[in-house]
Ligand binder design. Structure first.
Ligand SMILES: NC(=O)C1=CN([C@@H]2O[C@H](COP(=O)(O)OP(=O)(O)OC[C@H]3O[C@@H](n4cnc5c(N)ncnc54)[C@H](O)[C@@H]3O)[C@@H](O)[C@H]2O)C=CC1
Ligand SMILES: O=C(O)C1=N[C@H](C(=O)O)C[C@H](O)C1
Length: 257
């Protein structure tokens, strides 16, 4: 921690928000503003100067921007010695490795990158990973509002990777599927051998079903975010905790235990 980022006991933690005029950024600004132990010192969006964040002495940045700008934002945060809580999607294993590399040389800076800050969504992913070894079939159906830029969702991608890992550890082979004559896209995307289907419709916010099947039974695990306020307890938890978790933390799981 640099001197300017030291937290004086009793003083609120200074928070800057990137993507502040976006759907999530607006909610994050409101939630930070409403928390007695946090102070919103900078609200930055596209076209604004990032120096507003360092100039205001932000100790933690929250980033809900877009996959094409988030890496530049995070590199800037590390250079400035500011820890970050990141909800923006688009984190491949390669990107996560890059972030770990930046943080390796900066022991006082840390980050939490979470595909989903909804507590229910985190549990849904945990339950799915736990169920994975018992079912020969699995498919993921994610459903979102039509203004979402990416597909499949970060949550669905993360869930698929966790399921694939659990299947591999349990010695399960490929998911059975005899389909041959396929209209491209009809069977969804293949993420580590798990089919993921992305639905976009007006009226939806963020929803996901994980459908498991084995002989004579199916299990459906479903989570629904009906309002973006559902993400705020997780975001605030990460803001308060990030500086006590050195390096990169992926997902909220380690903060909830
Ligand atoms: N991890 C989680 O729990 C959640 C993650 N998300 C993800 O968060 C991201 C944002 O989602 P929304 O708020 O719905 O999108 P949005 O499009 O409403 O907001 C993105 C905002 O970032 C701004 N922006 C673009 N470039 C910028 C830059 N260089 N610096 C500062 N601001 C910049 C845009 O102008 C816009 O206001 C997406 O990747 C989405 O998938 C969304 C909801 C929950
Ligand atoms: O863009 C969204 O809205 C959401 N994005 C995240 C994702 O891609 O998983 C989290 C949640 O699903 C909402």
């Amino acid at each position: 921690m640099t001197d300017t980022q030291e937290r004086n006991p009793g003083e609120p933690l200074r928070v800057g928000v990137l993507g502040a005029r976006g759907r999530m950024g607006i909610e994050v600004c409101k939630a930070v503003d409403a928390a007695d132990d946090l102070e919103l010192v900078a609200a930055v969006d596209q076209g604004d100067d990032l120096s507003a964040v360092s100039g205001a002495g932000a100790q933690v940045v929250v980033d809900f921007t877009t996959p094409d700008v988030v890496m530049d934002n995070l590199r800037w945060c590390v250079e400035q010695g500011i820890s970050a809580v990141v909800g923006t999607t688009g984190f491949t294993e390669q990107r996560l490795e890059q972030v770990r590399g930046w943080l390796a040389g900066k022991p006082d800076v840390s980050m939490v990158i979470a595909p989903n800050f909804g507590i229910g969504a985190v549990l849904m992913m945990q339950f799915a990973a736990r169920a994975a070894r018992y079912f020969e079939s699995v498919e993921i159906i994610e459903q979102h509002h039509p203004r979402k830029l990416d597909a499949p969702s970060g949550t669905a991608t993360h869930t698929a990777r966790q399921i694939a890992q659990a299947r591999a550890e349990a010695g399960l082979g490929p998911v059975p599927d005899a389909t041959r004559d396929e209209v491209p896209g009809a069977r969804g995307a293949d993420i580590d051998g798990v089919r993921v289907h992305a639905v976009r419709a007006t009226g939806l916010v963020a929803h996901q079903e994980v459908l498991f099947g084995t002989t004579g039974e199916t299990l459906t695990i479903r989570h629904d975010s009906y309002d973006r306020v559902s993400f705020m307890p997780g975001v605030l938890l990460a803001v308060r905790a990030v500086r006590n978790h050195p390096g990169l933390t992926v997902g909220l799981d380690a903060l909830l235990d």
